[in-house]
Ligand binder design. Structure first.
Ligand code: NDP
Ligand code: MG
Length: 399
């Protein structure tokens, strides 16, 4: 009998991490959790270690590692607890690992995800921010190492499923006219613009169709998520921004479409449950049971489509601008957004100010060509400084 594949789950305590472990647990003969990482949810990480008995666990600090090591050893587990970015990179690149689920949120996932890519792993990419930030470098590293990069983002996974196997020859060569990237429109799809200033983090995080982490939920509400996904699609499929059309589809049943020159449009449909793309990527090119129920088209009844409103959702426009500017612009867009979303979740700014901060940062700092990872990290750092500066600026009516 073949040995189960060894899977590292970066961001195991998050929404994608938990869905991944759910799929892994359904197929113990095929998959085994090799390493699990957590950050703030340490009680949850300990519980996951008890269930999945990984070889390694990774936490943020040396103190947290000592605590977790103590409780896991006391429970008789042989799990070794590592810490920090070095620990994450170690379990991402470990020679015994077959596949890495990159599901840390934000720029924090960049180096561990790149470590998995550079080690030539099968990389299941949920952490879109890593690719948005480092685009060209990331894709060069994939080609150099021979890593197998499989998209987890439901839209990109759908596009991957609708493209022919040899799409890396070039979209035009395989007859693709456009990519149609669907978007639910988020919880504020129909909220009048003048009411957006009053929306709360709780409302922003209550997504109508998907249950996700807080950062991506706010990104969905501002439609920055779709902007990041536009950039992600350009890198994954070697597309120009103009080849990617965003389509609002409130039911989230069609996960994206590919439009071919002969007029054929292929779509991937399914219930909105991330275990479908996760199972697809884990088993690819095979198919396995994901635990997701069969799509009931009669219950859904209808599928609607609308054009996006860039006036109401300026993050879409800003993302397209950054995609077209290239260089360090997407890294700055991402970093400014991360700072702005955190400030919104802490109730320091109002919802529409997320876009104002990003706009300000992109207008203040000119994008430069990406020479190396250092260029990307410097742009990320500078954009965070500028965004913090915006947050700390004196406001009208304040001393
Ligand atoms: P969550 O917030 O639910 O989970 C994030 C994970 O990252 C957690 O395990 C968290 O640990 C960990 N983490 C957070 N900050 C750090 C840090 N500084 N260093 C190391 N680890 C950290 O997010 P999601 O699971 O929703 O999203 C994860 C990624 O997947 C994001 O990039 C998102 O855009 C992408 N994605 C998510 C989808 C979804 O349906 N959820 C759909 C498509 C893409 P802890 O919880 O212990 O703090
Ligand atoms: Mg998505």
């Amino acid at each position: 009998m073949t040995q189960p594949q060894q899977i590292t789950v970066l961001g195991a305590t998050g929404s994608i991490g938990l869905s991944t472990l759910d799929v892994i647990a359904r197929h113990p003969q095929r998959y085994q959790a090799f390493a699990l990482s957590g950050f703030s949810r340490l009680v949850e990480l300990e519980a996951l270690c008890m269930i999945h008995r990984p070889r390694y666990a990774v936490v943020a600090s040396v103190e947290a590692a000592r605590d977790l090591q103590g409780s896991l050893s006391a429970a008789g587990l042989g799990t070794r607890v590592l810490h920090g970015e070095a620990g994450l990179c170690e379990v991402a690149a470990h020679p015994e690992v077959d596949a890495v689920m990159a599901a840390i949120v934000g720029a924090a996932g960049l180096k561990p995800t790149l470590a998995a890519v550079e080690a030539g792993k099968k990389v299941l990419l949920a952490n879109k921010e890593a690719l948005v930030m480092s685009g060209a470098l990331f894709m060069q590293a994939v080609r150099r190492s021979g890593a197998v990069l499989l998209p987890i983002d439901s839209e990109h996974n759908a596009i991957f499923q609708c493209l022919p196997g040899d799409y890396s020859r070039g979209l035009a060569q395989v007859g693709v006219r456009r990519i149609l990237l669907t978007a639910s429109g988020g919880p504020f799809r129909e909220t009048p613009q003048e009411q957006l200033a009053a929306v709360t983090p709780e409302q922003a995080c209550a997504h109508p169709n998907w249950s996700m982490g807080r950062k991506i939920s706010v990104d969905s509400a501002s439609m920055m998520n779709k902007g990041l996904e536009l950039i992600e699609a350009c890198w994954l499929f070697d597309a120009k921004p103009a080849q990617v059309q965003i389509v609002i589809h409130p039911q989230s049943v069609i996960h994206s479409l590919v439009d071919y020159v002969d007029g054929s449009v292929l779509a991937q449909l399914g219930n909105p449950d991330m275990r479908t793309p996760i199972s697809h990527a884990l088993a690819w090119p095979e198919r396995i049971d994901s635990g997701v129920s069969a799509l009931d088209l009669f219950a859904i009844g209808r599928l609607d489509f609308q054009a996006p409103d860039e006036q109401r959702f300026p993050c879409l426009r800003l993302s397209r601008q950054a995609a077209e500017a290239g260089g360090t612009a997407p890294a700055m867009l991402n970093a400014a957004n991360e700072v702005a979303v955190a400030a919104f979740l802490e109730r320091r700014i109002r919802f529409p100010e997320i876009a104002s901060i990003i706009d300000d940062v992109l207008n203040t700092e000119t994008a430069v060509a990406v020479e190396s990872l250092e260029t990307v990290l410097a742009a990320d750092c500078r954009a965070r400084e500028l965004a913090e500066h915006w947050l700390n600026r004196p406001r009208r009516g304040e001393a």
